[in-house]
Every structure is written in structure tokens, then in C-alpha cells.
Design a protein around this ligand. Structure first.
Ligand SMILES: NC(=O)c1ccc[n+]([C@@H]2O[C@H](COP(=O)([O-])OP(=O)(O)OC[C@H]3O[C@@H](n4cnc5c(N)ncnc54)[C@H](OP(=O)(O)O)[C@@H]3O)[C@@H](O)[C@H]2O)c1
Length: 310
């Protein structure tokens, strides 16, 4: 752990949960002095304060020393506005101080009651998933979305670099789409793997084995994505315009997992767009694949077999 440094502002952490704990330890590790930890429960506040040698721990936000220049609100998203309001009413000396929250979805605007009292406000969102026990090295090389008042953003960028992370400055307007992308990347990847294991389980494989089966394939695809844009990394039946195989997939779903047809068809249609962007499908081939997918979504639209009665 580096010794506390004079050119680094001292810090208060509000919310001693997963991110608050990791951030407090990370900042302490690179020489920031954590002077106070406040949380909803005494036990959490004291546990983290002890961890980072903070002299003050408690549950009452009015205890926050007014001379701590940097305050991090690491409480759940739906508690940030209430905490900001409580801090603004508990003390009025906010001029020259910076207050940050760590939500990915909310902007610094949610801290308006403190800004009205003179604080510069910041949203500081480390783009990673954390558990309370994660070590300070988890910040290494991750990105941190920073957004808010100019002075606060400057400090946020410096904090990110001190944590050995990479700052990305965002506008308030872009913030929700940044979070949307992050949630899709992390959460939908997990959902996709859940669907894959469901398909393999229906073919008689244990769910554990099924993920082991696709791991080398997924890792190879991820390696390709590190070197190429998605449209240049795409392979498979849709990229080849192989309608018969796409129809085979849909028939297998109809027979065994019909509830997955909408997910397959929607992702398939997006895959057609990726393939077109990469020049793998022309408009005509793309339309033919889309027709197969659309017919599965709406079987009443399917042309009747040639030998059916009219
Ligand atoms: N965890 C992540 O992976 C992650 C990643 C990026 C961003 N974030 C963001 O970081 C923030 C915190 O998330 P988290 O995952 O750390 O949540 P968490 O583990 O649930 O921790 C939240 C902490 O806030 C405390 N708290 C709740 N309401 C409070 C209040 N009114 N006043 C004071 N303290 C209060 C709780 O205290 P007690 O323990 O004392 O009950 C809890 O320890 C959120 O905005 C989240 O979006 C989280």
C-alpha cells in the first residue's frame, strides 16, 4: 500500500457494499487517505473502516466531516437521490467539494441537491462486476465512465488513472446508452450461454458438460473479436446464406424447444445485418434468409406446401 499523498484528496465512502469496499481499498492502496466510512448498518461501516484504517465509521450522514473534499456515494442506484438530499440538508458547506456516485445508469444530475449547495458532481462508473472481497488489482486496465462537472471529471479521470484503470469521458446524454451497451455485453452473453446449455441439455447433455463443449469455440470467437470488427469475425450458416441449415435449426427448435424460436429469429435477423455490413450477403440473399426467419415467427404467413388442398 502506498503512503497517503498530499496531492491526493482525502475521501469519504458512503455505502460499504461490494463496490464501496473495493473502491475504498483500491484508493487506499494507491495513497488516498480514506477518512470516513458511512453505511446503512454499523457492522458494514466498521468492517470497511477497519480494513482501510479510516478513523470514522457510522450510519449517520450528519457525521460526515465537512472538510473531506471528495465524497463517494456507493449506495444502490435507487438510494442515491435520497442520500444526496440527506447530505445536502445535513450540512451546507459544499463549496469546493466533489461528490461522486458510482452508478452506470444514472448521471451526475441525480446529485443536484449537493450541486445547488456548491459541490461539483461526478458519476464515476468502473465498468466491471465487483464483489466485496475483490482485491484492488481488479481496477487494472478496466475502463471507468466519468461524467459530470468539468472539475469533477478532471479529478475522476485522475482517480481512474491512479487506480491503473482507463477513464472514458461521457456526456450525460450518452450515459444511458453506455450502460445499455455494458449490460448487453455482460448480461446477454450470460443469457446466450444459458440458451446454448438449454439446447444441448435437450439433446441429452448435462448442463455442466454443455458449457465445456462450447468453451473452446466461444474463446476462439472472442479471440477473433479482439482482432476484427464483428462483421469481419462472423462465420456460420447465416454469413454463408445457407437457408437450408437455418431452416434445419428452426425445425429442431419447433420439435424440441419452440419457446426459443423468437430468440433465434431475432438474433438471426441481427446476424443478417452484420453479414450484410461485412459484405458476406447481398440484399437478395439477405432477404431470403430473413424470409425463412420471419416464416418461423409467424407460421400463418408460411406458403402452404405444394401438395396441400387449396
Ligand atoms: N457491484 C458492482 O459490480 C458494481 C459495478 C459498477 C457499479 N456499481 C454501482 O455501485 C453502487 C453500489 O452497488 P453495490 O453493488 O456495491 O451495492 P451493494 O453491494 O448492495 O452495496 C450498497 C451498500 O450501500 C449501503 N446502503 C444502502 N442504502 C444506504 C443508505 N440509504 N445510506 C447509506 N448506505 C446505504 C448498504 O449498506 P449496509 O451494508 O450497511 O446495509 C450496502 O453496503 C450502485 O450504484 C451500482 O450500480 C456496482
Amino acid at each position: 500500500m502506498e503512503r497517503p499523498s498530499n496531492d491526493r484528496p482525502s475521501v469519504a465512502i458512503i455505502g460499504a457494499g461490494a463496490l464501496g469496499s473495493v473502491l475504498a481499498r483500491g484508493l487506499a492502496d494507491v495513497g488516498y487517505l480514506v477518512r470516513a466510512v458511512l453505511s446503512r448498518t454499523e457492522a458494514s461501516a466498521h468492517r470497511l473502516a477497519e480494513d482501510v484504517d479510516a478513523p470514522l465509521a457510522g450510519t449517520d450522514l450528519a457525521q460526515l466531516p465537512p472538510d473531506i473534499p471528495l465524497v463517494f456515494c456507493c449506495v444502490p442506484d435507487d438510494a442515491i437521490a435520497a442520500v444526496a438530499h440527506r447530505l445536502a440538508t445535513a450540512q451546507s458547506a459544499w463549496g469546493g467539494r466533489i461528490v461522486a456516485h458510482t452508478s452506470g445508469a444514472l448521471t451526475a444530475g441525480v446529485l443536484a441537491p449537493l450541486k445547488e449547495q456548491g459541490a461539483a458532481v461526478l458519476s464515476f462508473h468502473p465498468l466491471q462486476t465487483f464483489q466485496a472481497e475483490s482485491g484492488p488489482e481488479v481496477f487494472q486496465d478496466i475502463y471507468v465512465g466519468v461524467e459530470g462537472d468539468v472539475d469533477a471529471v478532471d479529478l475522476g479521470r485522475r482517480l481512474a488513472r491512479d487506480l491503473r484503470a482507463r477513464p472514458v469521458t461521457l456526456t450525460a446524454e450518452a450515459k444511458m446508452r453506455y450502460h445499455l451497451a455494458a449490460a448487453m455485453a455482460s448480461n446477454y452473453l450470460v443469457t446466450l450461454m444459458a440458451l446454448v446449455s438449454e439446447v444441448l441439455a435437450s439433446a441429452g447433455m448435462s448442463r455442466q458438460k454443455s458449457l465445456a463443449l462450447v468453451r473452446p469455440l466461444v474463446e476462439g470467437t472472442w479471440r477473433n473479436l479482439q482482432r476484427h470488427l464483428p462483421e469481419d469475425a462472423l462465420t456460420g450458416p447465416i454469413a454463408r446464406g445457407d437457408r437450408a441449415t437455418v431452416q434445419g435449426h428452426l425445425d429442431a427448435l419447433t420439435g424440441h424447444l419452440p419457446h426459443l424460436i423468437p430468440a433465434y429469429a431475432v438474433l438471426g435477423a441481427e446476424t443478417v445485418r452484420v453479414a450484410m455490413r461485412g459484405g458476406m450477403l447481398d440484399a437478395e440473399d439477405a432477404q431470403e434468409v430473413l424470409d425463412v426467419l420471419q416464416a418461423a415467427l409467424d407460421p400463418s404467413e408460411k406458403p402452404p406446401p405444394a401438395d396441400s388442398p387449396t
